[in-house]
Design a protein around this ligand. Structure first.
Ligand SMILES: Cc1ncc(COP(=O)(O)O)c(C=O)c1O
Length: 385
């Protein structure tokens, strides 16, 4: 149908982005200069949090949040299997154990009841993921956390700009983690952020990303000081000024990007409600999703074949479909280390068999979206019972 592959996600970079990056390249500070604080300040304001701390990736930001939550060997943290491996890996980086809880059948976000069942004396944190950009059951999860004295690290790598009960994602949980990978709502190439309302958590996050040192080079230069102290074991997870400048420009377009993603989602959902065999992603009334992904599910009872063949047929139409996610406990590393064999999380596992992510990015044209709809209708029509 299409002559070239329409990818499932893609960045958009414009002339103002390029100018901002070039200006920094001509300035005195390539890393940890004035653009870091400027980006963090603008970001915190946008997500209605008191503090935002930038990192070199969403994964580094998750690692820092796991450290800052005090996770250590012998501890447990509860998360979802329906996510990218980094969400659970950050618990392992701290020597602690990720404990999975199954998801809700509608949103595929972690089920608070399942979380509650898995709380033990060793649990220290809960890591919900806002799958596809649809916020998790945050109030229910926070209530469990408060009752048991746990911290909530929300993985909102899909959900920049989403709203939960009228509040911005980033202002709700103890720490909220974002990613600026090119397929996300805004990009810095690689990059991430943690938002928090807690000054102490923000301070530990800042130290962790800078070797555990209590001041940065620019602060020392402006104070005429050479002395510094390493107070905890941190990493170099800094996001350079060069790309913070890109982030500042991209953030100005976040609302336009979100509006476009919501338009595309509405166009898809209207079409797929009428397409036999396709189950569009449900949206709960209390949220406004950010639509990082648009994952449909195949309605197996109405189709003559499984996801695999439908996936290949869509690719043959040059529609760059993808699958999010192989449940984390299915990965060989997790199987071998923790003995998972399948069957432990039936809702996530059965959803995985049926998921297909359709192209979703803010630079998509109406024509792109209509070609996706046409291809889905053609392929599902062909395999419909
Ligand atoms: C849910 C989730 N968590 C964490 C990450 C890791 O972010 P990054 O790629 O910026 O390290 C991703 C990245 O795609 C993600 O989708």
């Amino acid at each position: 149908m299409r002559e070239t592959l329409l990818p499932y996600g893609r960045q958009s970079v414009d002339d103002s982005d390029i100018r901002a990056v070039v200006d920094v390249l001509r300035s005195d500070w390539l890393t940890t200069g004035p653009k870091v604080g400027e980006f963090e300040g603008a970001f915190a304001t946008r997500v209605q949090a008191k503090y935002a701390v930038s990192f070199s990736s969403g994964t580094a930001a998750l690692h820092a949040a796991a450290f800052t939550a005090g996770l250590k060997a012998g501890d447990e943290a509860i998360t979802t299997p329906m996510t990218f491996a980094a969400t659970a890996n950050c618990v392992l980086y701290q020597g602690a154990t990720p404990v999975f809880a199954d998801v809700r059948p509608d949103t595929l976000n972690v089920d608070p009841e399942q979380v509650e069942h898995r709380v033990t004396a060793k649990t220290r944190a809960i890591l919900p993921v806002d799958y596809a950009g649809h916020p998790a059951d945050l109030d229910a999860i926070l209530e469990i956390a408060r009752r048991h004295g746990l911290l909530v690290i929300e993985d909102a790598c899909h959900a920049l700009g989403a709203e939960y009960r009228g509040r911005a994602v980033g202002s709700v949980s103890d720490m909220t983690v974002f990613s600026f990978h090119p397929v996300k709502h805004i990009t810095t190439g690689e990059g991430g952020m943690v938002a928090t309302n807690d000054a102490q958590l923000a301070e530990t996050l800042r130290r962790f990303r800078n070797h555990g040192i209590s001041s940065d080079a620019r602060q020392r230069q402006s104070a005429g000081q050479w002395h510094y102290e390493m107070v905890l074991l941190g990493f170099n997870y800094r996001l350079p000024d060069v790309v913070c400048a890109l982030g500042i420009e991209q953030l100005k377009r976040l609302d336009a990007n979100l509006a476009r993603r919501r338009e595309i989602a509405a166009r898809y959902t209207a079409a797929f409600r009428e397409t036999p065999g396709v189950i569009p992603p449900p949206v709960r009334t209390e949220v406004n999703p950010a639509w990082h992904l648009y994952p449909i599910r195949t309605d197996t009872a109405k189709l003559t074949t499984g996801r695999g063949e439908i996936f290949r047929a869509l690719r043959a139409e040059n529609i760059g479909v993808n699958v999010h996610y192989i449940p984390v406990h299915f990965h060989p590393y997790y199987r071998e280390r923790f003995g998972y064999s399948g069957g432990e999380f039936p809702i996530a596992e059965s959803a995985y068999e049926r998921l297909i992510s359709l192209p979703m990015f803010h630079a998509m044209t109406d024509r792109d979206a209509d070609e996706v709809i046409e291809a889905v209708r053609k392929v599902f029509g062909h395999y419909s019972k």
